[in-house]
Design a protein around this ligand. Structure first.
Ligand code: SAM
Length: 279
């Protein structure tokens, strides 16, 4: 049974000539029951506006609307998708606003009312950049309550990784510093059209009321990016560009200068960011 009275997504793609473009990271979800399930993983949205990046032919958009989202603001770069999205807008009067353009350049806040959630099957080429932006505003809490995001499975594992693991790095630290992050669904390549080369996963990140540990977001981002850029080196060497007194800062943060980045938990990276910021 369809979740709404609109045509099946395969038909929408054929009618509007939406052959997938690799350059735009287009791997479409065609199963509306699956998109409704992903929408439910983002929470009950009757009282929330939802920001969606990259609606494409509108599978997840329809899931969010049929599951009751108060309003959806969808930002899409591919103008070919606009007529298909207009049909969804007509079917859900006053509940879908579509903005045409690059999500990296558009400020969505003028068109959203709190409380806000973000849900998206992100284009792989801008996924981590958007995530890092959402996680690192100077002030906290952010404009959103939670993020429900589809990534390549390897990226999802980097977000939820624990210290000491191969996947642990900047994304794990920035995510776990300010949110509760967990993988809530795994999807095989065949769930998409065309199927990508790798598996995917949905990650749910719930914003904490306050960061777990005090730190300046820009400094923490800089320190973690520098440390994991040369993850096999000892920190006294990989971080020496940050300060001529880097060993003192490491010791002040309870880190051995001979430790490597992947051994250091979020708390000690925050302590290091505080020490460097204070200097
Ligand atoms: N949400 C749809 C779904 O689940 O089937 C499509 C997801 S597809 C992985 C990513 C979508 O993001 C595509 O529709 C693509 O055109 C769009 N996109 C790519 N780069 C974008 C950008 N910079 N800003 C906004 N949308 C973008």
């Amino acid at each position: 049974m369809s979740i709404d009275n609109l045509p099946p997504l395969k038909q929408v793609i054929d009618t509007h000539g939406l052959a997938a473009k690799k350059s735009l990271g287009q791997n479409f979800l065609l199963d509306l029951n699956l998109t409704a399930k992903i929408a439910r993983l983002s929470g009950r949205n009757e009282d929330h506006d939802v920001l969606e990046i990259g609606p494409g032919p509108g599978g997840l958009t329809r899931g969010l609307l049929s599951e009751g989202a108060r309003k959806v603001l969808a930002i899409e770069k591919d103008e070919r998708c606009l007529p298909a999205l207009a049909e969804i807008s007509d079917a859900y009067p006053d509940r879908l606003k579509v903005m045409s353009g690059d999500a990296l350049d558009i400020n969505p806040l003028d068109h959203l009312t709190s409380p806000i959630r973000i849900a998206a099957n992100l284009p792989y080429n801008i996924g981590t950049e958007l995530l890092v932006r959402w996680l690192t505003p100077p002030d906290w809490p952010p404009f959103w309550d939670s993020l429900t995001l589809m990534f390549q499975r390897e990226v999802a594992q980097r977000i939820t990784a624990e210290p000491g693991s191969k996947a642990y790095g900047r994304l794990a630290i920035l995510s776990q510093w300010r949110t509760d992050a967990k993988i809530v669904m795994n999807l095989p390549p065949e769930a998409f059209s065309p199927p990508p080369k790798v598996s995917s996963a949905v990650v749910h990140l719930a914003a904490l009321p306050e960061p777990r540990f005090a730190a300046d977001a820009a400094m923490l981002q800089h320190v973690t990016a520098t440390a994991f850029n040369q993850r096999r080196k000892m920190l006294r060497s990989s971080l020496k560009s940050l300060s001529s007194d880097i060993e003192d800062h490491l010791i002040a943060a309870d880190i051995k200068p001979t430790d490597r980045a992947e051994q250091i938990d979020v708390e000690r990276f925050c302590a290091l960011a505080r020490s460097l910021k204070a200097a």
